[in-house]
Every structure is written in structure tokens, then in C-alpha cells.
Design a protein around this ligand. Sequence first.
Ligand SMILES: NC(=O)c1ccc[n+]([C@@H]2O[C@H](COP(=O)([O-])OP(=O)(O)OC[C@H]3O[C@@H](n4cnc5c(N)ncnc54)[C@H](OP(=O)(O)O)[C@@H]3O)[C@@H](O)[C@H]2O)c1
Length: 300
Amino acid sequence: MPWTLADCPDQQGRTALITGANSGLGLETARALAARGARVLLACRSHAKATATCQELAAVGGELIPLELDLADLVSVQQAARTVRERWGALDLLINNAGVMAPPRQLSAQGLELQFAVNHLGHFALTQGLLPLMQQRPGARVVHVSSGASYFGSIAFDDLQGERRYDAWAAYAQSKLANMITALELQRRLRDQGSGVLSLAAHPGLARTNLQPSSVAARGSKLEALAYRLMDPLFQSAAMGALPQLFAATAPTAEAGGFYGPGGVGNLKGYPQPCRIAPAALNPETGARLWQVSEALCQG
Ligand SMILES: NC(=O)c1ccc[n+]([C@@H]2O[C@H](COP(=O)([O-])OP(=O)(O)OC[C@H]3O[C@@H](n4cnc5c(N)ncnc54)[C@H](OP(=O)(O)O)[C@@H]3O)[C@@H](O)[C@H]2O)c1
């Protein structure tokens, strides 16, 4: 039996934070969790967009709260975590969803390559800041939104910021592999601490969101725009694309350290299923190394 939205358990009394909740998969995840009665913190870089999304979803149910968070600035990340600690004091679900895909080389506020900074490091820092609020919550979960691109990624430890050589797609794949590695390393650490918090990962296959138009706009590539038009039949809706992360966040059968994606051909579309994890993500030494480097970069 496929897992559908109807299987998403009741979320009343639970608080979820979703990054990038104003668009695409994040928006659909917010809609689904609010409809199940959750308090949903919509953590977005644009307060105006977050507020507009809260208004758009107001009739759905739950409680919707805009939260300012720019993952490209570690100061903003620390501030957002502080706000959550001070105002709500507890968190059940952290869904690290926001992302940017394959822009020309740009730098974060701290001078780091943008995809590494937003997709990986900002989420890493946010998770560190929020985990203490999750430890005492039964059934708490951190979901890392990765991608099929993780299968093609490698971590260039000698040039993490693409200073010597930058390829926009390789940097995207690196950041999405980093999400997967972090999901597994966090799970190992939580297990070793005897924590009940689970760390899991998900990917949406190919979902029609703002990710592709933003990528095309950033690169100004007419060829890419054409490629997306031709590939359109392979894509599924954002609502379908959000199901694997909703499964990872809420399904009682989702497992710690699991990776969930669409179950159809090539894992491009369909209902959530466990997926193969990129072999490059499985080595605990790589996990420990990326963790160490990420901690050091967060400390500046
Ligand atoms: N769509 C797919 O086919 C696909 C496939 C594989 C993986 N994914 C992953 O799915 C996740 C969600 O993407 P999506 O497809 O839903 O794309 P989307 O519609 O473009 O949404 C991305 C979200 O991330 C936010 N964001 C970008 N930079 C940010 C920053 N510096 N700080 C905070 N938020 C920021 C965006 O905010 P703005 O609206 O302000 O730009 C937006 O809310 C990403 O991690 C992506 O890598 C998507």
C-alpha cells in the first residue's frame, strides 16, 4: 500500500520548524503538518514571504508562525535558533528543507561558497542550535532534505569552497551528499548519546518547484530552460515531492538513518519508499571528518 497524505499521523501538540517553507516542498510540508494540527514555524529568508505563506495557509489548520532565517548568514541562523529557544523552548520536528541549486559561484555572509553554506552548513548550525530543544520530546526527528544528486557527489575536502575549481553542479551534488552524510553522522552521534531523537533523510525525485526556474535564472542558461521543458513529463507535483520528507518526519515505520524517496522508476516520482544511500555517504570516517570541518567553519 502506498503511503499517502492520508497516512500522515495527527500532529496536535507538536511543533515543527521547516526551512524554506514559503515555496515548493517546504510549502507543501507546512500545509500538510498544519492540516494535522501542528504548530509550524516557517523559517524563511524573507519575512514578507513567510508572512504571506502563513496567510495563504491560515484556513488549513494548526498554528502558522513566520520566522526569519537566512541560511547564508550564520549570524541569522544563531539568531533564529535563539528565538525558537526563547519563545517556544521545545521542538518536535526539524525539517532542513531549504536549498539553492547550481548558481554561479557566490559567497555567503561568512565568505563561504553559497551552496555549501545554505544547503549544508547553515542547516548544520541550525540543527546544533535546536537539538537541545528536541532531546526531551518523544518522537522528535530531524529530517535532512537531500537529492538524487547525492549519488553523483563527492566531498572535496581540499577545496570545499570551490576556490580552485568551481563547477556549479558538482558543488550542488557535494552539498546534497553533505546532507546525506550529516544525516547518518548525526544519527550515529544521537545513538551513542542514548538520545531518542531520530535523524533521517529524504529526497523528492523530480518535483516541479521554484528550484529549477531559480537555477535557470541564476545561470541565464536558455539550454537548461529548454531541457527542463523537455523533461517536464518526468516531474511530479510539489505536493507529491513533499511526501518522502513527510514520511521521514511522521511515519511510525520510518527508520533512524533511513533515506526515503519516490518509489517509481528511477526514484523520480511516486509514493515514498526506502532508497539506496550513496556509497560515498556510508563511511563513518567521512562523516566524522565533515562534522569536524563543519564545526570549525561554524566557529569562524
Ligand atoms: N524540486 C526538486 O526536483 C528537488 C530535487 C531534489 C532535491 N530537492 C531539494 O528540495 C529542497 C527544497 O527545494 P524546492 O524544490 O522546494 O525549491 P524551491 O521551491 O526553490 O524552495 C527552496 C526554498 O529554499 C529557500 N532558500 C533559498 N536560499 C535560502 C537561504 N539563504 N536561507 C533560507 N532559505 C533559503 C527559498 O527561499 P526563497 O523563496 O526566498 O528563494 C525557498 O523557500 C532543496 O533542498 C532541494 O535541494 C529538490
